[in-house]
Design a binder for this molecule. Structure first.
Ligand code: ZN
Ligand code: ZN
Ligand code: ZN
Ligand code: ZN
Length: 374
């Protein structure tokens, strides 16, 4: 179970699975959320073929009992060495122990605090965040934010649940993306392996009371009417741009009782209503683009590329079920890049804008495809 501490991060709390519960893939590793039970301290990772910790904790202080080698250097030599370091590293070195702080002074810290020194401040906080598993660094605010603080990292499931905001079926929070990058950049135990970003299963999206009747007209079976529309999804993520960024790809498939193009407009809406493809965009364009065989969409607020495909070709084996009957479906592909910003001052579903990344609009899928699968 989750240790009651602000310094430790219980991985099952930040998984990208749809609410409620855990996906089939993650339930195999951590058990299902409905039956919490005892979750093992370590989990087996199929990607690395080794065990990883289930709870990430603040790095232990190894120098607590005896002086470190660097502390035994004469002060003049220590100051001389520190003189070669950028401000952020000097501040970080002085932060390493009381002894080092006394001998190096706090001048470098004060310098990172100046707003004019934004990049040094960012670098300093980024060094600190390596050892702080429960804090993420927001590039826009240039602040470390605890993952549990009210406005930070709003993509985290509990935050969105608390605010009554419908999250996308699958979503990697900025916080989770940063912890994953930390693992690949620094190999620290305060980061988590990429394999946790994979996710797959079937999500049942509930019908609204008004939509249920349209669902019935469309031909959905009793089970689907009762439990919600089944959305099959499969997600994976890759490291792109020289391991500096994480791009996730998720594919949603919705099987239909009849071809998408022959459904009434109200029936189409009933199927996709409330289905977010990124934190800001609903899959509404599938209806508004005159239901073309293939259509694409780019979010105007975050780096997300989306493609919708309509499958209802009776002549293709791929689209026929085992009895040779025509099988219709819509498939939605979402490629998304993490932006490293918290959602402070978020009013509704909108994260802080990502003006620095406009140039990547429409390029996310390309980035994913050119990145090496892990
Ligand atoms: Zn999952
Ligand atoms: Zn692993
Ligand atoms: Zn978006
Ligand atoms: Zn922020």
């Amino acid at each position: 179970m989750a240790p009651d501490s602000r310094d430790s991060l219980f991985l099952p709390d930040i998984l990208p699975c749809p609410v409620p519960g855990r996906c089939e893939f993650h339930a195999k590793i951590f058990g299902s959320r409905d039956q919490p039970g005892n979750i093992a301290e370590e989990w087996y990772c199929w990607r690395c073929d080794k065990m990883h910790p289930t709870t990430l904790t603040k790095a232990a202080n190894p120098g607590a009992t005896r002086p470190s080698t660097i502390e035994s250097l004469p002060t003049e030599l220590l100051q001389h060495i520190a003189g070669y370091l950028p401000v952020s590293c000097r501040a970080s070195l002085a932060f390493a122990s009381r002894t080092l702080c006394n001998r190096l002074g706090t001048e470098a810290w004060s310098r990172t605090a100046f707003w004019g020194n934004k990049s040094e401040r960012y670098n300093f906080l980024s060094l600190l965040s390596r050892d702080l598993p429960t804090y993420g660094l927001c590039g826009r605010c240039v602040m470390l934010r605890h993952y549990d603080s009210e406005c930070a990292w709003p993509l985290l499931r509990p935050h969105r649940e608390m605010r009554g905001i419908q999250p996308p079926v699958y979503s990697v929070s900025e916080f989770l993306a940063q912890r994953t990058l930390a693992y690949y950049r620094h190999g620290r135990e305060t980061g988590t392996c990429m394999s946790i970003l994979a996710c797959s299963g079937t999500y049942r999206k509930p019908w609204t009371a008004d939509d249920r009747i349209h669902a019935e007209y469309a031909g959905f079976k009793d089970d689907d009417l009762e439990l919600g529309i089944p959305i099959k999804y499969k997600a994976d993520a890759r490291l792109a741009a020289d391991n500096l960024e994480i791009i996730s790809h998720v594919q949603y498939q919705i099987d239909l009782p009849q071809p998408w193009t022959s459904l009434e407009l109200a029936e189409c809406w009933a199927i996709i209503r409330g289905l977010y493809v990124c934190p800001h965009t609903l899959s509404h364009w599938l209806v508004t683009t005159e239901r073309q065989k293939e259509s694409t969409w780019i979010c105007s607020t975050c780096p997300t590329d989306v493609r919708g495909t309509i499958n209802s070709d009776a002549n293709s084996d791929e689209n026929a079920d085992e009895n040779g009957n025509e099988k219709s479906s819509i498939v939605i592909d979402v490629w998304q890049n993490s932006v490293g910003r918290c959602g402070d001052r978020m009013t509704d579903t909108v994260l802080c804008p990502v003006s620095g990344q406009w140039f990547r609009k429409g390029k996310i899928r390309e980035m994913f495809e050119s990145a090496r699968p892990l």
